[in-house]
Design a protein around this ligand. Structure first.
Ligand code: FES
Length: 167
């Protein structure tokens, strides 16, 4: 056997050390890689239905206020947005409800229900909306937006958090 084909102890240690190092890097690197790319793959939760109330808790004829916060994930960027609105039960019929956004259609201030006025009032430029969201006074160019909703068998009301123009 010639001396050039012999594996020296030094060569053996080099190869073994490299292999063990590579294995450790691989074992530790996979979770780290997953951690790095996970936010980019994570689903945007902003479009998921949100429960906003239950029919049993909402009186007929008086707007019921709700609000919720959604976090939108876009890669590493997280943006929290607060949505608000009012559920109006027009009659005892569980299907006879409308769900309005509380965002004024003028410059997006939040409207409030005023029992004495029987209307939604916008504090920014004194707009006034009817209980069903129609513009009664002020500068808004259109009615309050609405949310699409579903009522479950147990009375739970869920909305899709996307404001719709009145159709
Ligand atoms: S923002 Fe509501 S009236 Fe201007």
């Amino acid at each position: 056997m010639s001396g050039s084909n012999r594996v020296t102890r030094r060569d053996f240690i080099k190869v073994t050390t490299g292999a063990v190092g590579g294995l450790i890097t691989l074992v530790m690197g996979i979770p780290a890689l997953g951690y790095l790319i996970d936010p980019a793959l994570r689903e945007n939760k902003a479009g998921k239905p949100v429960m906003v109330g239950n029919l049993a808790d909402i009186p007929v004829g008086t707007p019921y206020h709700f609000s919720f916060t959604l976090t939108k994930v876009n890669g590493w960027e997280r943006t929290a947005s607060t949505f608000g609105g009012f559920i109006l039960r027009k009659t005892e019929d569980p299907k006879d409800i409308i769900i309005l956004s509380s965002r004024c259609t003028h410059l997006s201030c939040r409207v409030n229900w005023n029992e004495d006025a029987g209307a939604f009032l916008c504090p920014c430029h004194d707009a006034k909306f009817s209980p069903e969201g129609q513009v009664l006074d002020g500068p808004p160019p259109e009615p309050l937006r609405r949310f699409a909703y579903e009522v479950g068998a147990d009375g739970a009301i869920t909305i899709t958090p996307v404001e719709l123009k009145e159709g």
